[in-house]
Ligand binder design. Sequence first.
Ligand code: GLC
Ligand code: GLC
Length: 649
Amino acid sequence: MIHGELDLNAEASSSLEKLLPRLRTAFSEQIAADAQAWQVLTERLDAHFPALFRLYHHLYAERYDFFYHLEALLVELAKAAFSRPADLRALDLEREANPLWFQSNTMVGGVCYVDLFAGDLDGIRAKIPYFKELGLTYLHLMPLFRMPEGENDGGYAVSSFREVHPPLGSMAKLAELSRALREEGISLVLDLIINHTSNEHEWAERAKAGEPRYEAMYGIYPDRVIPDLYERNLREIFPDEHPGAFTWFEKLDKWVWTTFHSYQWDLDYANPDVFNQMAAEMLFLANQGVEIFRLDAVAFIWKELGTACENLPEAHIILQGFNALTRIAAPSMLFKSEAIVHPDEVVRYISPEECQLSYNPLVMALLWNSLATRNVDLLQQAVHSRFAIHPSTAWVNYVRCHDDIGWTFDDADAARLGINGSDHRQFLNEFYRGRFPGSFARGLPFQENPKTGDCRISGTCASLAGLEKALSEEGPAEVELAIRRIALLYDVVMTLGGIPLIYLGDEIGMLNDYGYLDNPAHKDDSRWVHRPPADAQRYARRDDPKSLEGRVYANMRAVIAFRKGHPELAGGELEALESGSSAVLMYARSNQGSRRLLILANFSEKEQLVSPWAVQQNMLVAKKRLFGSAQPLQNGTLRLPPYDFSVFG
Ligand code: GLC
Ligand code: GLC
């Protein structure tokens, strides 16, 4: 018989037909006890197994043991479906009925470290009233899984996905916390660190002990032959820590793929065992009540000789495969991609079938660029041509996060505006390190690469925006400007479209914390300068309108209240407008035919005039000012005070 091309849909249904009876036998007790779960599972398999099969087939069909792994994956799905708690099953149904819940204008995100913000998980629970005061509906807790003592990349070296790092609490506490948050309308967001484990994870320990199954989960090589071939095309991510992408371990007498730190071992997704085991960890965590996974370092998960091993098509297929699994066993789950890469690549992770949410590193970097240059052209261009994404997805817009700032704009975009990308990055680094004459910023270099001259920038929002320098060297006028800069950045991310994310501490203007230099586990990683512990005294001053904290906080509260009161800000429809001033970003927001809100943001410490043309074109005078202090003048222009952010509607 001659076989044509495989009809994957037909193969998918015949595979499912073969596998279902086997599942039914394996889970007969659970089915008898919980017929409902079985029925829901089979319905969702009918709907989503074909997609899962296609993806899995694409990755692993060449393997002789493909079908064995496929069955093992279905077993994990069934286990997860039966152990899904009732409240999460209810949430699944609710979100299936309202899949765009995350686009609401009431959404506001916050992110913090458990230990630095509140000591432990109980401490976080005790902060729920504060999260509500601030208006959060999304809380990302930085990695809290068991991690090595000492250096652990802020928890991004995971020793067990099933255990909470003991000083922070326990898995049971985490599940309780997720429930307590959910009851208050706050979704728990956790990292799923899929690219690597710590070198102390059980899988790594067993690989070290020479167990072939576990050795096959990582990129482990007996000599330099293969690593050298790969390294011809690889970028160095943490060049301060080790050159290249591999680390030699004496005990093993082998080279291990370590994209980030040498204690973070890259997993090898060419092995279906890795996909399945990570899937099991993910489904386990989903059942603890995590509602959104921040998928860490997604760009790096697939390696292919002769490529840069970043953003490869298979990386997308793996993520789509994980997504299909959640559609079956935990459909309320959303994914957010952390791809801090070229803007053309960032958007490729975003789709309903892959990551419904994504950091917006381009807007973040260009907000800082606009502050430094007092020129919004690059930002305006990005908002105009790089903001639109699938209508069922959303950007997560942010000002600062726990990582450094990299200047990830496109060189061709910059060239169109007459800007030389690499010179400009150098300028930005000088500016934010505070070395450029007149700079207001107090940042630190991160991973300066002597070979390439590249570096990235660390520093808190307040210190980069000028508050630290103003307080120590200048005076009240500069302090006022710095406070306005902080407000301006957050005003933009609160209104641009998507989910705004506050790096907690920014809402009260936390400054750089140089104490990290005294900690041997942190001193070589300048990102710790912007990870200060929450200072209770400072937080206590947030209601004092005369205090610094109070002034920063009042601005944040005002824009959040504005966001929550304006459904026009839901969704992601955004129109870039011309203000006629190179310092003024102008855009319109509306949602599904609502009235338009016109928004203006002055990125200069000088007053700016918006041209009569822009005023007339957008019928600004006929509108009401809803926020900010812009004033129409007799001559038809609109005057914006320094760093003003105004909304008309
Ligand atoms: C992500 C994290 C970063 C970490 C890296 C390695 O980029 O945001 O903090 O160092 O992954 O896990
Ligand atoms: C690199 C990675 C990014 C990560 C960062 C951590 O830029 O591309 O994913 O957040 O390093 O510093």
